[in-house]
Write a protein that binds this ligand. Structure first.
Ligand SMILES: CC(C)(COP(=O)(O)OP(=O)(O)OC[C@H]1O[C@@H](n2cnc3c(N)ncnc32)[C@H](O)[C@@H]1OP(=O)(O)O)[C@@H](O)C(=O)NCCC(=O)NCCS
Length: 322
């Protein structure tokens, strides 16, 4: 049996106590991991984290052993909601115990934050299997999600869809933002994804969601040219959209695909996706990824019919009622 002194358990420290230099080696490894696993350039997100660290305004926790930082999770509070924005434990140190120690601290820290009644996170970098008990499980809802990828060599052969409703397709423009927020709210009413992200439930929330994906690098660099809206010819209003971003020089990402309930089943979703994929392919993307909740079988069927393949599964977690 190992003597107790041989077991090097990390200690928990607050991110505000760390400097950029402290976290930099781990961020460098995380950049490499995102690239290898998801063909995703994490550098813009890492730069944003460095900026907040530098002014001691990055909140959350890190695992420290001696001088080495082994993992970190940061959070932001938006009104009554706490969001765990990034979660990463270094390859060498990642095991169920270290991951749960860090996640437990992140969740507890938010539970104790005044006014926070709900916590959300999507943990793409979690390695622990689904069988591992999560912290504060009595307050937790878990929705597993797929990360799917498409090889864009398949895109030129995708047949154009004849939509059964009269619509025009237009690239994203700011003038559609308010309409788009209404479509998001309408499309996700009662949908599992509005349990994962409560911004989908209200118009101000949907506005905020759109602002985040357009302005911030978390979901890649928004591409207006590869984001397509369907405009109902009868009303002149947006009735569906497929929004895209670039997550590296040669990799695109679908950040949103949704169609108003009254317009479903008319091939709008398929045609919006096809047009966005053509635009991303023409911009030089060799792959396109997206994430989808495992229980969203209609959307998964749609993606698989395009040739998207499941690359990995990760959990979306929501704590409420604490
Ligand atoms: C997924 C979604 C965008 C598909 O849009 P759509 O315009 O209905 O799509 P299409 O008409 O091109 O049909 C695509 C597939 O959706 C499913 N579908 C068809 N009619 C449907 C309906 N009335 N309601 C729900 N799904 C339907 C079918 O599987 C269909 O494939 P098939 O025609 O080969 O059988 C739409 O259902 C939606 O907005 N859902 C809520 C938001 C969402 O889940 N987005 C994906 C998040 S990852």
């Amino acid at each position: 049996m190992a003597a107790l002194r041989d077991v090097h358990l990390p200690e928990l420290v607050e991110l505000v106590s760390l400097s950029v230099a402290d976290l930099d080696p781990l961020l460098a490894e995380e950049i490499e991991t995102w690239q290898q696993r998801f063909d995703w350039d994490f550098r813009p997100s890492a730069d944003l984290l460095r900026r907040f660290l530098h002014i001691r305004s990055l909140y959350g926790y890190a695992l420290r052993n001696g001088r080495s930082i082994q993992g970190y999770a940061y959070h932001v509070c938006e009104g009554r909601k706490g969001l765990i924005g990034d979660f990463y434990v270094g390859r060498q140190y990642s095991n169920n115990a270290t991951e749960m120690m860090l996640l437990g601290a992140a969740v507890q820290g938010l539970m104790l934050a005044p006014g926070v009644h709900r916590i959300e996170c999507q943990l793409l970098m979690l390695n622990a299997p689904a069988s591992v008990q999560m912290p504060f499980q009595q307050f937790l809802r878990r929705h597993d999600r797929f990360f799917m990828v498409l090889d864009t060599r398949l895109v030129p052969d995708l047949p154009p869809r004849q939509t059964k409703v009269k619509v025009s397709f237009e690239p994203w423009s700011e003038k559609f933002k308010e309409d788009a927020a209404h479509v998001v709210t309408g499309a996700y009413r009662g949908h599992v994804d509005s349990d994962i992200n409560d911004q989908y439930r209200t118009i101000p929330g949907a506005r905020h969601f759109l602002m985040n994906i357009i302005q911030y690098p978390g979901c890649g660099k928004f591409s207006a040219a590869a984001s397509v809206l369907a405009i109902d010819d009868n009303t002149g209003r947006v009735c569906g959209m497929c929004l895209s971003s670039l997550v590296s020089e040669k990799a695109g990402h679908i950040t949103q695909l949704c169609v108003l309930p009254g317009m479903r089943g008319a091939k709008l979703g398929s045609e919006l996706l096809r047009l966005a994929l053509i635009a991303l392919t023409n911009m030089g993307c060799t792959s396109v990824s997206l994430t989808v909740t495992c229980s969203n079988v209609d959307a998964i069927r749609l993606y698989e019919s395009f040739g998207f393949k499941i690359l990995s599964t990760f959990p979306a977690l929501v704590w409420e009622g604490f």
